[in-house]
Structure formats: C-alpha cells, structure tokens
Design a protein around this ligand. Structure first.
Ligand code: ATR
Length: 273
C-alpha cells in the first residue's frame, strides 16, 4: 500500500512508456515488503527532471535514452563504469548528492554467469553504441583476455577501443566487413547493435558459426532473434537479451535498497509480459 512514508524511485527518458522497469521494480518492492513505488517520467529536459526528482525527495532513479549521457554530467560522483562510458543508467540519491552508475554491462555479465557461460574467453562485440560501451567497459573491468569490437561506423569502434586501452584486455577493433574473420577467432559473440530489433534478420551469417561458440543478443524483442535462431541451428549455446534487462535492474535495486533482487520471480514476470 502507498503511504505517507512511501519512497519514490523512477525512470526518466523519452520515450518511457514501453519500459519494463516499473513492472520489475514494483514487483520486487512488493515481494520484499518494501514501502516504495517506481514510476516512469517522460522527460523533455534531463536537468529539469532530475532537479524535480531531487525536490520531491526521490531516493533513486534510472535513466534511459536520451538522458544517459546528460545524467552522467549532472552527477556528483560516478562509478568506474559510468566514468568509462560517460553514461549513467542508475542514480543513487543521498541528501542532495547524486552518484551515477552504469549497470547494463554488469547485468550482461551476471546474466552470462547465470546461464553457466565462462567468459574468460575471446569475446567478439558487435556495436559501439551505448549498450556496447557498457558491455565493453565491464568486460575490461572483469579482465576478459581478448575483446574485438566491430561496428558499422569504424571510428566509433576505435574511440571505444582507445578509451579502454589502459586495461589489461587485448583489444582490437574494426568494421563489419571484418566479421567473418573475427567470428572464426571468437568464443563468445555478442550482438550489441540494434540490428534485428523487430525484424527477422541476422547480423551474423549462420554458416559462419560453430557449435563450440556462445552467441548472445541484447535485442529482446523478438526474444528469439534471427541471430539466435541461426546460432541454435548451428548448435551454439545462446543467451537472449531478456536476462540482461532483469540483471541490470537487479544491480540498480541492490544499490538503492541494499536488498537482493528476486531475480527468478522477475524473470518469470517478464516472460509472461
Ligand atoms: P544503444 O544505446 O541501444 O546501443 P545506439 O547508441 O544508438 O543504441 O547504438 C546502436 C548501435 O547499433 C550502433 O553500434 C550502430 O552502429 P553505428 O555506430 O554505425 O550507427 C548499430 N546499428 C544500428 N543499425 C545498424 C545496422 N542497420 N547495421 C549495423 N549496425 C547498426
């Protein structure tokens, strides 16, 4: 029940009406008996919306597109990943101080672990946008031995690789024309582009894939993308994007409440949604 003491959490961005975050966090609050509510706020101006949330005493919030980079500038403190990616998807509010985190990459790797995937391997990452940057930052923090970043726009892949150069991971970058060669050398292939979102087309030709490879897609609508279908056909282990969505929320929830997110139950809710 909402009371006079109910804590406020939320999501800011534009659009926000498709988001599953309110469903996930409100389900988790209810399950754990936490007196809190999570709402979605369509934001035309990130600075104004954040200021309004501070005035209202919000305890924390998520940021989605296009608020992620503006939010990073507006925070008082950033986590290592948020600093690396210059992007924030989770903010913890303490008094009038904002600490920004980027939990997408950590969520991605937690989901791999939950799916029994050992990621101490050669990783091929497709994309250099927000999601890819978050995954790449966490990959170097997790100390993966090798990371190849391929992107349609090569200069963005180069900028991402350069920004992570001080870490021990061996990083290569290039364009999508290098995909066939790079797939051969990869143990884990991650599609972090929007290619295949709502469409039945795969960024990797299934004939290039081998059964010893793991193929992941961050696209979760459709849940089984053309890439994952092709990978299954080639005998690969596949990891879909829905688990990452729940796992990034798990990190945010734990930062806000200090309590463990009921991940299994949330995944069930998402699957039915
Ligand atoms: P997100 O935050 O979801 O990562 P984004 O920052 O807009 O979204 O990034 C989208 C990614 O998908 C980029 O890597 C983009 O490639 P470019 O940097 O060249 O734009 C990639 N992408 C989108 N449409 C694509 C397509 N049709 N073919 C290949 N890559 C595509």
């Amino acid at each position: 029940m909402i009371t006079a003491k109910t804590s406020l959490y939320g999501l800011i961005g534009n659009p926000v009406d498709h988001s599953v975050s309110p469903l996930m966090h409100n389900t988790a609050f209810k399950k754990l008996g936490i007196d809190a509510v999570y709402l979605a706020f369509k934001s035309e101006n990130t600075e104004d919306t954040i200021s309004a949330l501070k005035t209202l005493g919000a305890r924390g919030f998520n940021c989605t597109m296009p608020a992620k980079s503006d939010c990073a500038v507006l925070c008082d403190k950033l986590s290592e990943e948020a600093e690396l990616t210059k992007s924030v998807n989770t903010v913890v509010v303490e008094g009038d101080k904002l600490t920004g985190h980027s939990t997408d990459g950590a969520g991605f790797f937690l989901n791999l672990k939950n799916n029994g995937v050992d990621y101490d391997k050669n990783i091929l990452l497709l994309g250099a946008g927000g999601a890819a940057r978050s995954i790449a930052a966490r990959a170097v923090i997790e100390n993966v031995p090798s990371l190849t970043i391929l992107n349609r726009t090569v200069k963005k892949a180069k900028a991402l690789a350069d920004s992570l150069a001080s870490y021990d991971t061996n990083i290569n970058y290039g364009g999508l024309d290098e995909l066939p060669e790079a797939v051969k050398k990869a143990d884990i292939i991650i599609n972090a582009t929007s290619y295949g979102m709502g469409e039945d087309k795969s960024i990797v030709d299934g004939s290039l894939l081998r059964p010893d490879q793991v193929v992941c897609d961050i696209v979760y609508k459709p849940r089984e993308t053309a890439l994952l279908k092709a990978a299954k056909k080639a005998g690969c282990k596949t990891v879909d994007g829905l688990g990452m969505v729940a796992c990034q929320a798990a990190y945010a929830f734990e930062l806000w409440t200090g309590k463990e997110f009921p991940l299994g139950e949330i995944l069930e809710v998402l699957e039915k949604n």
